[in-house]
Design a protein around this ligand. Structure first.
Ligand code: ADP
Ligand code: MG
Length: 706
């Protein structure tokens, strides 16, 4: 059986002894042949290409050269002892350097004008000249004149660690192990997709794909192998998510909100404060239809900050009420809960709708009233924090739960809300952290998604510019103009935990220079930072909110809830030290009023390529989704806000930033498969079931969830 071969412990492999096996397990979590085969190269180098010495530069990660050794030298002593070989081709000379094994190399490599070598390694610059330390070096032979070691022109590079390297398991050592496994007579990998899927997407067989991914014969075959393995990886994740979804839909009945009644109609006709945007109308309809379908809704509502999610939530809570149900809305912080309570109370005023709030800080007396009114059904809409999850919060008939800012609530908490009625209520999760579609499909693949992709009309888009520190005088001039127009300004400094004292110094230096450039009494400057007492912070904040100060100098501690519509300029100092999503969030503090707003990103001249791209992206667009796409490309899914806890993102080959098309195809295929063969009982789908069960071994079994 192929699976027996794959599950062979790595300890049994030729070339492995205890110390190596232990290291492979500890450092790379490789326990079996299968784990090793799934440890894919992170890069390939074309070993059929030879560079000339005069073409070498430091943008090349690796180069392969052909030439002769024309001189050698031992340099340094003891720990700095090194062997240097002067290497030459018809375009120039460069040094090859060995620190380890210097003596051995000096004995085995002598100047010889008749002997040609192939050298391979990473060039580094030293005092304006390039050299290669510890290159691979072999005499030219018929074989390596074309390719090295007969493994194909493209050579895979594997991530290793210092500990593994010390035991000879650098990239090359790992490749050797893989070569051993793949060359064994017992090497066999079962196909895990159905013949239909394979022919439809013209996939390479699994066995061939694994061989080619490690030792590709040609670029073309490598591409096919990558496609096959990426497709497979994404397909099984989607199959799992969609299976969970379909199971839930089958086993969990949903309340049917069949009508739109007086609460909704009265509000919509007489109290709606503004015309809904097209996107708000569309998502409201999506939600309403879902809640009327007989399914229990589990839906994610995505929309950038300020896109008007609260109103959409309220409209749907009114529909719940029209069908005889109560609704609740849960926010992650007390500030946000209070904000929602105020907004919603204001919106439903005069319509015989009872709204209340429950948070940790509410007095027992207040709680008692809320509890009673909840049970009697007198209370229609309850807003609150985690406090809503408590066992003594019992509804008469809860029909809709709205959760704001999903990523701070876990699945367990969602489940707790489900249990608040005999049959689970509909759940609407709102997220203001825009995430790319590929990520949403993977993270929230078992949810339906509605997206508000349009801002309310009349918002002036924030103008963003990037300025170097040396242009500070001009920025100050601009600030004076804005203050003269009656506006207020934020100046934000980075706060990075590791170097709080340094940040504090930066902030204080900044504050002093601002205070000098904007002297009292003509100008008033506030300052808020993490080391201040809460009361002092509050006092300073309030002065700015009331318009008593012109400038607010702060670290990023300024709370998300802060809303000062008159502030129209956001200046971000050392902007290169912020991530994209944080820059976007900070910028969202301005542009809340009627005035044209500005965001100025200050950086030094020294900017990494990535830093430059971040600035350019901010200047180019205000669209949170577009920014999230770039962020995903730059940082990978694991680092994006709110995604850290998800194991779904440990992909071994697919890349959510690059493989969107493959993901969509895999998801559609998984969906089609489930519709066509809900229990996967058709014989041609047997390979899929078998692989699914072993792949998600530790989690759910197909038979259990179908
Ligand atoms: P978020 O999606 O960030 O939760 P909010 O629901 O807080 O956004 O709405 C942001 C602001 O936009 C609020 O002041 C709200 O009153 C306003 N708003 C919402 N919808 C509209 C609309 N259709 N037209 C004009 N203003 C709107
Ligand atoms: Mg909101």
């Amino acid at each position: 059986m192929a699976s027996a071969f794959l599950h062979t412990p790595i300890d049994y492999l030729k070339g492995i002894w205890t110390a190596r096996a232990d290291m492979l397990k500890k450092e790379l979590r490789i326990f079996t042949y299968n784990d090793l085969l799934r440890f894919y190269p992170f890069r390939y180098v074309d070993r059929s290409k030879f560079y000339k010495i005069n073409e070498v530069n430091d943008t090349l990660a690796y180069v392969q050269l052909k030439g002769k050794i024309v001189g050698t030298q031992m340099l340094g002593e003891k720990r700095s002892l090194r062997f240097v070989a002067k290497f030459m081709d018809d375009t120039g000379k460069m040094d090859l350097v060995w620190f380890q094994g210097a003596k051995w190399f000096s004995e085995n490599f002598k100047p010889d004008m008749n002997k040609e070598y192939v050298v391979f390694g990473r060039p580094t610059e030293f005092k304006g000249k390039y050299n290669i330390a510890h290159p691979d070096i072999e005499p030219v032979s018929d074989e390596n004149a074309k390719t090295v070691s007969g493994m194909g022109a493209l050579q895979g590079f594997y991530n290793s660690t210092t500990k593994l390297t010390a035991r000879g398991l650098d990239s090359k050592g790992i490749a050797k192990l893989l070569n051993t496994v793949i060359s064994m007579p017992g090497y066999q990998i079962d196909e895990c997709l159905s013949p239909d899927i394979i022919s439809r997407f013209q996939l390479m067989s699994k066995e061939e794909a694994v061989r080619q991914i490690h030792f590709p014969r040609t670029t073309d075959l490598l591409k096919k192998a990558e496609f096959r393995l990426k497709f497979e990886e994404l397909f099984f994740i989607q199959l799992k998510l969609l299976k969970q979804k379909s199971l839930r839909e089958k086993t969990t009945k949903g309340f049917v909100f069949s009508k739109v009644g007086d609460y909704f109609n009265n509000f919509y006709t007489n109290y709606l404060p503004f015309e809904l945007t097209g996107a708000q109308k569309r998502v409201t309809k999506e939600i309403r239809l879902d809640m009327g379908s007989g399914k229990q809704m589990n839906r994610l509502l995505q929309g950038d900050v300020g896109s008007g999610k609260t109103l959409v939530a309220l409209l749907n809570m009114l529909i719940a009420m029209d069908n005889g149900f109560q609704a609740c809305m849960m926010a992650p912080t007390e500030i946000l809960a209070n904000q929602h309570f105020q907004t919603i109370s204001e919106l439903v005023k005069g319509q015989n709708i009872v709204v209340d709030i429950l948070t940790g800080s509410k007095k027992t007396k207040h709680r008692k009233v809320v509890h009673e009114q909840l049970r009697s059904g007198e209370l229609h809409i309850l807003i609150g924090t985690h406090a809503l999850l408590e066992d003594d919060v019992i509804f008469k008939n809860l029909g809709l739960v709205v959760i704001d800012e999903q990523h701070r609530f876990g699945v367990a908490q969602r489940a707790k809300m489900w249990a608040k009625n005999s049959q689970p209520p509909h759940v609407l999760i709102m997220s203001a952290t825009p995430i790319p579609r590929t990520l949403a499909m993977t993270l929230y693949g078992d949810l339906d998604v509605s997206t508000i992709d349009e801002m309310p009309p009349g918002r002036k888009s924030i103008q963003t510019v990037h300025r170097f520190d040396t242009h500070r005088d001009r920025v100050f001039g601009f600030m004076r103009e804005q203050i003269a127009l009656g506006r207020q300004i934020y100046i934000v400094y980075p706060l990075i935990k590791e170097s709080e004292t340094m940040d504090y110094k930066d902030l204080m230096d900044g504050y002093e220079s601002i205070a000098r450039a904007f002297p009292m009494p003509q100008y008033q400057v506030s300052i808020v930072h993490g080391q201040m007492k809460p009361e002092a912070k509050d006092y300073e904040m309030q002065r700015f909110v009331k318009g008593e100060t012109h400038i607010m100098v702060a670290t990023t501690v300024i709370e998300v809830g802060v809303n000062v519509p008159n502030a129209s300029v956001m200046i971000i100092e050392s902007a290169e030290r912020f991530g994209l999503s944080q820059l976007h969030q900070l910028r969202g503090r301005v542009g809340r009023g009627a005035e044209q707003s500005y965001c100025i990103l200050m950086t030094s001249y020294k900017l990494s390529a990535e830093g430059k791209l971040r600035m350019e992206t901010m200047v180019r667009t205000n669209d949170g989704f577009e920014i999230a796409e770039v962020d995903l490309k730059l940082r990978g899914p694991g680092d994006l806000a709110g995604t850290t806890q998800s194991g779904v993102l440990d992909l071994s080959i697919a890349d959510l930033a690059k493989d969107a098309q493959i993901l969509y195809a895999a998801r559609n295929m998984a969906q089609e498969l489930i519709s066509d063969d809900p229990h996967l009982t058709k014989p041609e789908n047997a390979p899929i079931v078998q692989f699914f069960n072993s792949y998600f071994r530790s989690e759910t079994n197909w038979s259990k969830i179908s």
